[in-house]
Each structure stands twice: as C-alpha cells, then as structure tokens.
Design a protein around this ligand. Structure first.
Ligand code: GLA
Length: 382
C-alpha cells in the first residue's frame, strides 16, 4: 500500500469510528437517508452516510419512471448501483416506491387501442412492475412504499383520494388494494407501507387513518404508515405530529418518518430558494430550526416503541430537493455538520424516553432487516 493510500485508509477508519446519528439512536430507532448517484460519487457524502445512517432510500432511482420508462424496457443501472452500495456496506435499503401518480410513465395508463387502459390492463402492468422490481432486490430491501401519496389534501373533499389516473381507471381505491396484494405476493418478507406527506395535518391524517383501518379490516396487507416529514419551522406543530403517531399506532405496528427535512419558510414544493424572496438565515430562524429539530427528535424518542426508522431526505443542503437556501438538513452545503446536528445527536434522554426505547417491540423488525443486510454483505462480490 502506498503512503497515500495508507493515509486515506487511516482517515476512513477514524471517520468510521466517529459516533454518528445511528449510534446515538441505536436503542430507539434506525436513522436513514435518501441518496442519489451524485452522493455515491462524492467521498465526503459517502463518509457522512457511512458514519450516520443504517438505512438508505434511493431518492429517485427505484421510482416507476426510472426503472421502467416504457413498457418492458427496464433500466436498473442506478438502482443496482445503490443496492450494491447497500450490500457492500451491509446497510438495509427501503424501497421507494411502487405506485405513485408522479414519476410514472404515461404508458402505464394507455390502452392497447390508444385510449385509456382498461382496469385489467392496468392491474396486469402493475403486477408485472411490482413483482419484477421487488423480487430483484428482495435480498436487501426490507420495506417498500407500495403506494405513495394517494390521499387528497382537500380537507372538505368527500372522496378521500386525490384525482389520478390510477383512481379513474380503477374506479376508486381498488388500485391501492391490488398494489398491496401484488406486493405481498411478490415478497412476503418485506414490510409494506402506505406513504404520504402532510400526514400529521389532522384532516388528512384522519383520511389516511380511516382508509388504512378500513383496508386492513378487509384483509389488505398494509404493515405500516410512512409519514414523509417534509416540514417547515412553523408547521406542522409538534403536538400534531405526536397526535398523528399516537393515532396511527392504533392501527399499524410500524410507523416510519420517511422523508425528513425542515425548511425555514412555508414555501411548498421543490427547488425553491428563500433568498429569492429576500429572506435569510437569521438568528431567529436558526433558533426555530434548532427547536423544531430537537423537539421533533424528542417526540420520536418518546414514541420509540412504535417508530422503526426516521429517514432524512437528502444528505446535505447542497443536494436537497427544496433548494440549498432553504437550509433544511443537518449537514450544510459544504458537507459540514451544523450545530443543530450535535444538538440532535447528543441528547440526554428522559425517563419516559428510556422507557419507550425499552418497550420497542419494533426492534425485531429492524434487527431482521439488519441481519438481511449483513447476509447480503457477506454474499456481495464486487
Ligand atoms: C415526494 C416523494 C419523494 C420525492 C419528494 C421530493 O415526497 O415521495 O420521492 O420526490 O416528493 O423530492
């Protein structure tokens, strides 16, 4: 080994020994992160990932449009690379996502005659898609967002579902039921999630709760609820977040925060830049940011008995989908840990939090998923 290579190896070793978020929270829940191919090519990002996270989600590379851009034309290059990164390092992988109204090829909804697909056509394609993707990665993926964002944000709507081609072709919520059934058949060992944003907003929370409750009663194999967690420093309140956790835990055994980021203003959507509006990261905003992150993690620790995993959506502010100047993550645009990071990591648990950690029956699921990742690592050949 050259001196240079030795220095790099020693440095990597020191990095790996640093206490990360996954270590700080090991008695509570797993801590995950969404990655893209750019992250995997950036050594600083890789170091952050390996030090801090024991669960990975692909930001885009397992989405329907990415893996099957047109019918029967499969593109697994990036998905394979991310799965291999997880196998190489023994990190469990969340599957995201199988049925969504966004980032899905239009072909999914087109009929053979050029018009709209029939229900039968849609379900056949859905089944092929779900089965192919799930079975390809069943050695490393421990849970899937089977259906993403099917519920409406409209508090006054009588129909709980958002308008979508899935819904119009299925004539209702049957596509959700089918998706979960196909997913269970494809990989009986994966935990199956319904995943959505604004899942702590009371009106939407109740729609999600009622839908999942009714479907589970009808035998639809839904194991958990994914609360995305695209928050801002104002909304939702910690009280609403906690109330949603408590309510969902009545009907599912697994709750995950799947896409955590906390932006500094109330802008919605991606790629935004609050500086364009003349705002900046003031001391007051910094304090709100710290309080929201630390308060949120206190809520999570108090409910460690029902929460499996919390996943940050992106590695650093530089690659956050909400824009670098919304400063939403714990690592800044230069890949440095923010002061908030240490506040989240170096907590002093309350008695109540320690009790919740001990009661964590969900750990069995995480342990099984970690064991699966360790086995995948053992079998992995570069
Ligand atoms: C939603 C999706 C994610 C991602 C974000 C924006 O929350 O579930 O996959 O596209 O939007 O990055």
């Amino acid at each position: 080994m050259t001196v240079c290579a030795l220095a790099v190896a020693m440095c990597a070793n020191v990095q790996a020994q640093e206490k990360g978020l996954k270590d700080a929270y090991k008695d509570y829940f797993s801590v995950g992160v969404a990655v893209n191919m750019g992250n995997l090519r950036n050594q600083k990002h890789v170091d952050i990932v390996l030090n801090n996270y024991n669960s990975i989600t692909a930001e885009n590379d397992f989405k329907p449009q990415s893996v099957q851009p047109s019918e029967g034309q499969w593109n697994f290059r990036n998905a394979d690379a991310i799965a291999d990164f997880c196998r190489e390092h023994g990190i469990k992988l969340r599957g995201h996502c199988l049925a969504w109204h966004n980032q899905v090829g239009h072909w999914m909804f087109q009929g053979a005659n050029g018009g709209q697909a029939t229900k039968e056509e849609l379900y056949a394609r859905m089944k092929t898609h779900i089965t192919t993707v799930m079975q390809r990665y069943s050695d490393i993926i421990y849970c899937w967002d089977v259906v993403n964002e099917a519920v409406t944000d409209d508090a006054n709507a009588t129909d709980p579902l958002r308008p979508s081609q899935w819904k119009s072709i299925a004539g209702g919520d049957e596509f959700i039921r089918k998706a979960f059934q196909f997913a269970r058949e494809a990989d009986p060992n994966a935990l199956l999630f319904y995943n959505d944003y604004n899942a702590a907003v009371p009106a939407k929370r109740d729609k999600i709760y009622n839908m999942v409750k009714e479907m589970k009663a009808a035998g639809v194999p839904i194991d958990g609820i994914g609360m995305q967690g695209h928050f801002n420093v104002y909304d939702p309140s910690l009280e609403d977040i906690e109330a949603a956790i408590v309510k969902y835990s009545e009907i599912v055994d697994h709750i995950q925060f799947t896409e955590l980021d906390i932006r500094l203003n109330r802008e919605m959507g991606g790629g935004l830049n609050m500086n364009r509006q003349g705002e900046e990261l003031t001391e007051e905003k910094q304090k709100m940011f710290d309080d929201k992150y630390t308060g949120f993690f206190e809520v999570l620790r108090r409910h460690a008995d029902v929460i499996d995993v919390v996943t940050f959506w992106n590695v650093t502010d530089a690659d956050s989908w909400v824009g670098v100047s919304n400063y939403p993550l714990l690592f800044d645009k230069n890949s440095e840990a923010k002061s908030t990071y240490y506040k989240v990591r170096d907590f002093t648990p309350t008695k109540e939090e320690e009790k919740a950690a001990k009661l964590s029956v969900k750990k069995a699921a995480n342990e099984a998923a970690d064991a699966k990742a360790a086995l995948a690592q053992k079998n992995f050949k570069k």
